[in-house]
Design a protein around this ligand. Structure first.
Ligand SMILES: [Zn+2]
Ligand SMILES: [Zn+2]
Length: 393
């Protein structure tokens, strides 16, 4: 039997996929609030004849596409949530929800997932095995993958491999990032509270200044990467928020610092974290402040297993040619890491940027991506899935 031409099948569905993506873009929903999105996803999967389980991990949806013959179960994961950002684009499908925007491309992922489901449903009779579609809520730091795992997405049937992708504007359209081993960093988010003693700005000797202490802490933390980490390894320590004070001449009683640690290696991550705690505590002591540190969330590194990565590479070569492959990692993070801790898999990035219109980074209020990238992503995903479940004798 002839093998399907997945690029051509994806091209045929392009207009429909763009219409879906723009509809999701107009109606973005924050993590665990994706009720409209997940209702549409469940309806579409139902229409395609999949066995649909809504409400997995609150607003997550699981769809099972079972082949006529037995075979492996392959998990295909797509995230659905938007971000608390006020959109500043000028295209005609801008967000209708004030302060909420699909600024990471998950609108595209949801449409791509539904398109892959539609394509593979057309080959269901020939399939040996099961495709398990995981439409995930709350990827943006809210623990959606974890919620779906707790809801049983990795059981009954347990997947043999897991695939996921991201449209990626830092990479130009026409390229695909796929790399074996770690491809995204582990990430933790922490809050440091520096408690001093408030007072008059004109009498600093009567107060204990948490701003000065906080500033020393921020400065000291910069030495962790430069002086504690092996130069051959990668760690990031960033403070993204420093809140203190209300006006010119009042020393506040408290400063709050928020930051993140990123690494490809869990031991290094813990080491950096320990140093942050030591420095913050000791700096606090030196300046007579009370320092407390809290970790809010830890996400594991996204680590690609050799076999599924080879499958994805072959799919990329077949769909787009070997010259499209870029081996590059990022210090961004993703909760797909939780899934890949349990199931061997591959996470890859579909180049979707260019020099002008699509040059904004993810999470920017003007973010947009080249929609043609969705054809590449769908075709690669379908091709990779097919190499597990469409092996004609
Ligand atoms: Zn994002
Ligand atoms: Zn994202």
């Amino acid at each position: 039997m002839t093998q399907p031409d997945f690029r051509q099948e994806a091209e045929t569905l392009f207009d429909e996929m763009v219409a879906m993506r723009r509809d999701f873009h107009r109606h973005p929903e924050l993590g665990f609030q994706e009720t409209r999105t997940s209702r549409i996803v469940a309806e579409r999967l139902n229409e395609l004849g999949l066995e649909v389980q809504p409400g997995i991990g609150q607003t997550g949806v699981v769809g099972l596409l079972e082949g006529a013959k037995p075979g492996p179960t392959i998990l295909l994961r797509f995230d659905m949530d938007a971000l608390p950002i006020q959109e500043e684009t000028s295209h005609n499908f801008t967000s209708q929800n004030t302060g909420v925007m699909h600024a990471c491309g998950h609108d595209g992922h949801t449409s791509m997932g539904l398109t892959v489901a539609k394509i593979m449903a057309q080959h269901q009779e020939r399939m040996a095995g099961t495709l398990k579609f995981m439409f995930q809520p709350a990827e943006e730091g809210l623990g959606g993958a974890f919620a779906m795992i707790a809801g049983g997405v990795l059981e009954n049937p347990k997947p043999d491999a897991a695939l996921a992708m991201h449209v990626w504007t830092p990479e130009p359209y026409g390229k695909v990032r796929v790399v074996e081993g770690p491809c995204m960093a582990s990430s933790s988010v922490f809050t440091i509270t520096v408690q001093g003693k408030g007072g008059h700005g004109a009498a600093p000797h009567m107060a204990i200044d948490p701003i000065l202490t906080g500033a020393h802490i921020v400065t000291a933390l910069q030495s962790i990467v430069s002086r504690n980490v092996n130069p051959q390894d990668s760690v990031v320590v960033s403070i993204g928020q420093f809140d203190a004070g209300t006006t010119f001449n009042v020393i506040p009683d408290r400063a709050i610092l928020k930051g993140t640690v990123r690494s490809y290696n869990d031991a290094l991550h813990r080491q950096a974290y320990r140093r942050i705690l030591e420095m913050a505590k000791n700096m606090g002591e030196a300046f007579h402040c009370q320092v407390n540190m809290e970790t809010i969330a830890i996400v594991s590194a996204v680590v690609n297993a050799p076999a599924p990565t080879a499958v994805v590479r072959d799919a990329v070569i077949k769909i787009m040619g070997e010259e499209s492959i870029v081996e590059h990692r990022t210090m961004a993070s993703e909760d797909m890491g939780y899934v890949l801790e349990e199931i061997p898999g591959c996470y890859f990035f579909i180049g979707a940027g260019n020099d002008d219109e699509f040059s904004y980074p993810h999470h920017h209020p003007k973010f947009n991506f080249d929609e043609r990238a969705m054809i590449n992503g769908v075709a690669i995903m379908a091709e990779a899935a097919a190499s597990y479940v469409l092996n004609d004798e």
